[in-house]
Design a protein around this ligand. Sequence first.
Ligand SMILES: [Zn+2]
Length: 466
Amino acid sequence: MVRICSFGAAGEVTGSMHIVQFDGKTLVLDCGLFQGKRAETEAKNREHNLPLDQVDALILSHAHIDHSGRLPRLVRDGYRKPIYATPATRDLCTVMLADSAHIQEEDTKFINKKKARNGELPIEPLYSQQDALNTIPLFRTISYCQAFEPVPGVIARFFEAGHMLGSAGVHLLIDRPGQRSLSLVYTGDVGRPRMPLLRDPAPLPDCDVLMTESTYGNRKTEDAGLAKQRLADVVLKTIERGGKVIVPAFSVGRTQVIVYYLNQLFNEGVLPKVPVYVDSPLSISTTEIFRLHPECYDSEARAFNQLIGGDIFGGDCCIYTRSVEESKRLNAIKDPCIILSASGMCETGRILHHLANNIGNHRNTILIVGFQAANTLGRRLVENARQVKIHGEPYEVKARVAVINGFSAHADQDELDDTVRPQAENCKTALLVHGEPDQQLAFAHRMHKMGFADVRLVERGQVVEV
Ligand SMILES: [Zn+2]
């Protein structure tokens, strides 16, 4: 009997953590942070409910914080067993977990100041930078398709997920005495075909149990193949108006993809060369990791890498600004240029200064390339607000706002269907995780139609036996 239980990303899209138990052994798949409003996520992040003394190994699908961001908390609580991941995932985690720890520490300082004023006792951060540092030596790196044995009785392999650098699905073959092995596939986050830079997702291995993400189970997004042309159009029109393009972009993944495409468009002569400023310390650190892992690039990116002599994220137009002084100097630029900065939803960070400086000029474009959650400044811009508040001050939105959805790194409903359909006949149990219920219900309905016998929406803490 194999028991599966989700401790996160059950009926929601953050906090991924699933345990697989059999024959007295316990494997954990992913260890993500719950994200969203602090009041709702704080307790869930602190109380992971994992029987840590029983856990034999942890397998990490990719480095996004909603899949990796509770690792330092586990280590703080005493976890010392191996964490299996691809080499690129491990390297991205060195930067991203340290950054996450820094945010935790800063948040805690802010909260403790308030608590001190109210005469309340201070709280500890969820984890510290030291906890993040202590996590890294536990990683054991495994290349795609290479078999490994996380615990005796299980053969595991990573397969390409095409979602971010180093991202992988996990295939487990679990020994069952007297029967053939049970084949369990965990998709992690499913990427998209025709995404720039990354290989297309590999077909799922044949499986008895499929645990699949369902983020866009009921949503279509623009084809990834169209995004480059749309980017070229937006940038060219802005340059012709003599304006600047301001791109709020997440530091990991989206920024590198945009820089890569711009570099291609300059080289192809589609766009005149204008300076591209990447103004985010985290983006700079993660771009270094992208440069270290060309083994994760698709064939087009490898060919481009050779053509231009080795730096697809640089070129003579790209300027990376790390210090606050360098960032401030960008305010004085009058000529057309492109500025990429975080945060991707315009909630915090240096992007706010660039928006404040440029939002009032009709020549400029604010280019939205990622999902914008409700109640964020980014969402207000997408919804064509004519006036917004930045740092508490009102600003007229005179710049144009352009949206390109094709950069999404998650498979949309058609792509999810294509991913799971070949498993319909043989899969005995399909478990839907990492999705809001409305997205999951529509996907489950279509999976039934495809021929899946048993499709379940996983609830947090519920045990499924297979
Ligand atoms: Zn992800």
